[in-house]
Ligand binder design. Structure first.
Ligand code: ADP
Length: 236
């Protein structure tokens, strides 16, 4: 079972944001996606989640070609994401934010509320249930955004810079949460992060993009030993 890009290209007008990118996330694994600004990381997530159609190549969900599916259909098919900015409904409380998402995914209201409550408990943030989303501290907001992405029991979760703006201790808590999401819930995760230490501590497998191409792919040792990665990051 895997979510994969197969030789994907994305062009914006004459500009090629991605060229021949292949990567794969297996159920229960955490794959890291790193690279300098503008490398094409968010575009990869946009393609995997149906927010951006590939100009060439295919998106495969458990072997099925889903390249043409729009975002809401892919979400219902089990591909969830978080965004760099929280995107919660500020006027609603935390439970309602999750419950509305569940209803949007086809759950009945009562079932959705039960699932929302279970999820917040599982994440250790049950006391946030009745807090308005608008007033949440930043790290709580990020956690709620992850909880919301877990509504409907997705098979895959794509996280776009979830540790941005977090302290080291908060980032460590986040790392523990991502491990639990993958190991305890069997969800395949793709993690975009600038915090390379975090990526190397959580991910079994790391893909490095530069200029829209995969320049390296492997485990922690491969990435740390890679000259191509050093050059992309340090220009050395
Ligand atoms: P990263 O997430 O690695 O910083 P992105 O995937 O956001 O990189 O962007 C890759 C490149 O594609 C950048 O040069 C960016 O300016 C360009 N790009 C992204 N989205 C669009 C778009 N909708 N139209 C034109 N160019 C875009």
């Amino acid at each position: 079972m895997a979510l994969a890009l197969e030789q994907v290209g994305v062009a914006f007008g004459g500009f090629r944001a991605l060229t021949d990118v292949s990567l794969s996330v297996n159920a229960g694994d955490v794959v890291g996606l790193i690279g300098p600004n503008g490398a094409g990381k968010t575009t990869c997530i946009n393609v995997l989640t149906g927010f951006q159609r590939p100009s060439s190549g295919r998106v495969l969900l458990d072997g099925r070609d889903v390249s043409a599916l729009p975002a809401h259909r892919l979400r219902r098919a089990g591909v969830a994401r978080t965004f760099q900015a929280g995107r919660l409904f500020g006027g609603l409380d935390v439970l309602d934010n999750l419950a509305c998402t569940g209803v949007g995914l086809g759950l009945r209201r009562a079932e959705s509320e039960r699932q929302a409550s279970d999820l917040l408990g599982w994440m250790g943030i049950a006391p946030l249930e009745s807090r308005p989303a608008a007033g949440l501290p930043y790290t709580d907001e990020r956690r709620v955004a992850i909880a919301r992405a877990l509504m409907g029991d997705p098979a895959y979760l794509l996280l776009d810079e979830p540790a941005a703006g977090m302290s080291e201790a908060e980032a460590n808590d986040l790392a523990a949460l991502i491990r639990r999401i993958a190991h305890d819930r069997g969800i395949g995760c793709l993690l975009i992060e600038h915090n390379v230490g975090l990526v190397l501590s959580v991910c079994s497998d790391v893909v490095v993009l530069d200029g829209g191409r995969v320049i390296e792919h492997g485990d922690r040792n491969v990435i740390l030993g890679s000259r191509a990665v050093r050059e992309a990051y340090l220009g050395a």
